[in-house]
Design a protein around this ligand. Structure first.
Ligand code: 5BU
Length: 466
């Protein structure tokens, strides 16, 4: 029998691969569960795994090996011994300790390091290992993985100029399990459908430059340069809420009523002031008063996009005088840094978010654009404290806001695409979930806000492993 076929059947028979209904760490339910940690309990199985990895490693050139902790560590160790190639280890702990190194072992800058991983989904664990290796001056070109779930990992690594080599792909496994009679054709068709529908799309996948941090809001507080950003994190921590509500209603009465209903459960109220038909100064004062008493920030989703001079006028003047009451505004980067400079010049009390990605179908904020937004944010870090993005796309000193969040996935008829809170906060590692119609259209908005507050906070707590 072909060695890969033997391997898959053995992985299934030893219950490394299980089919059923499993709640993953991320909170998502999956019909298949793969726990490669089990392989260390079966030396002959472990030997087969390593032999298959070895077949790929043979064709690559490298000076040093590094396994992604923890499951791939024994694989890397055995490969290291087998090939007499030295190994290094990445520490998994967050780097808040004094002198301890991020990478253990002896190595020289510019040596080529081959990463070994057991299973890859989006590629985020590999990127977490990649970052400290690269920081230490090692060169990483290839990753060898036992199993590719084919859910975006290969593309994400390619964006970092890293090539993924896999022993097995999910499709191979399902075919082998079907052919060997372990799974019925119907079951395999159902699993194919699941993997097809849960593909990490290029929009919702974590783009290159994706952060590998897993820091808590407490740890990040002192890293945020802008004071509105810091104030936001203080509110988030105090209220245990990383929920922002998009109050997309057209009358001031409804806006104020939403603010008082959801106020206790949110960290941010997002407005589109230009859709309120009876906006006036008194409404503005009442809204600011509610924000103070319930402790939330007001985010005017104005999406400034013009040349600096016009933006300054739009921000400070007109009938809305946004700069006088908004704590947060956002801006497109299409017109260049002048937009940011104008906002920064006009108000030092207002923090800026840059649009790095959007939630709507077919939007043009793709990879290169996202990277430009990150570049601008770094340049104006005193004023820009975060992004509108589909997840974490950068470093922990920025805050990531994601719109298009709803407990029920799907979309609307005009291109909005929804992702659920667990995916947005837990998997895509965003910080603040923006929920509009999921709450605004609920029969009991207060109760809906509480439900979303809990869902978003639980996803955050799970993510940082508290
Ligand atoms: P919804 O009702 O949850 O679909 O409302 C989403 C809100 O977020 C709405 O106010 C939009 O204007 C806003 N939004 C968005 O949906 N997608 C984006 O990419 C950006 C803003 Br930027």
């Amino acid at each position: 029998m072909h060695p890969l076929r033997t391997l898959v059947i053995e992985l299934y028979d030893k219950q490394v691969i299980q089919v059923g209904s499993f709640k993953l760490k991320s909170g998502i339910t999956s019909p298949i569960y793969i726990d490669l940690r089990v392989t260390i309990s079966y030396p002959s199985l472990l030997r087969q795994v390593v032999a298959c990895l070895q077949d790929i490693c043979r064709s690559l050139s490298y000076d040093i090996l590094c396994g992604v902790p923890y499951t791939a560590l024994p694989f890397a160790t055995l490969l290291s011994v087998e090939n007499s190639v030295p190994m290094v280890m990445r520490r998994k702990e967050v780097k808040d300790y004094g002198t301890k190194k991020a990478i253990e072992g002896v190595f020289q800058p510019n040596q080529t390091c081959l990463i070994i991983e057991d299973l890859i989904t989006s590629g985020s664990s590999v990127l977490e290992t990649l970052e400290p290796l690269v920081k230490e001056g090692l060169v990483v070109k290839d990753v060898v993985v036992l199993l590719d779930r084919e859910q975006g990992g290969k593309d994400n690594l390619r964006k970092h100029n890293i090539q993924l080599h896999s022993v097995l792909k999910m499709t191979d496994i399902l075919e082998i399990l079907k052919d060997s009679g372990r799974l019925s054709a119907d079951k395999v068709a159902e699993l194919f459908e699941y993997f097809h529908s849960t593909q990490v799309s290029s929009n919702s996948s974590i783009p290159s430059g994706m952060a590998s941090h897993n820091l808590s809001f407490e740890q990040r507080l002192s890293m945020i340069r802008n004071k509105v950003g810091r104030r936001l994190l203080e509110i988030v921590l105090k209220k245990q809420s990383n929920l922002a509500v998009a109050a997309d209603v057209t009358t001031s009465q409804e806006l104020l009523s939403i603010a008082s209903q959801v106020g206790p459960h949110i960290c941010v109220l997002k407005t589109h002031v230009d859709i309120i038909e009876d906006w006036n100064e008194t409404v503005c004062e009442q809204l600011v008063h509610l924000a103070k008493s319930h402790q939330f920030l007001i985010f005017e989703d104005r999406k400034f996009a013009d040349i600096g001079n016009t933006v300054e006028l739009q921000f400070t003047g007109g009938i809305f005088h946004i700069s006088q009451w908004a704590d947060i505004v956002n801006a497109h980067i299409i017109a260049g840094p002048g937009t940011i400079q104008a906002l920064r010049k006009a108000s030092e009390h207002c923090g800026i978010l840059l649009l790095a990605q959007m939630s709507s179908k077919g939007n043009l904020a793709v990879e290169e654009y996202t990277q430009k937004a990150i570049q601008f944010a770094k340049q104006y870090e005193d004023a820009v404290f975060g992004f509108i993005s589909m997840g974490c796309i950068g470093e922990p000193n920025f805050i990531y806001f994601t719109p298009g969040v709803k407990l029920e996935k799907g979309g609307d008829s005009l291109g909005q695409q929804y992702t659920d809170p667990k995916t947005v906060i837990g998997i895509q590692k965003s910080d603040i979930a923006i929920v509009g119609r999921g709450i605004i259209h609920a029969s009991d908005r207060k109760e809906a806000a509480l439900t979303y507050q809990k869902a978003c906070w639980d996803a955050y707590v799970q993510r940082i492993g508290k």
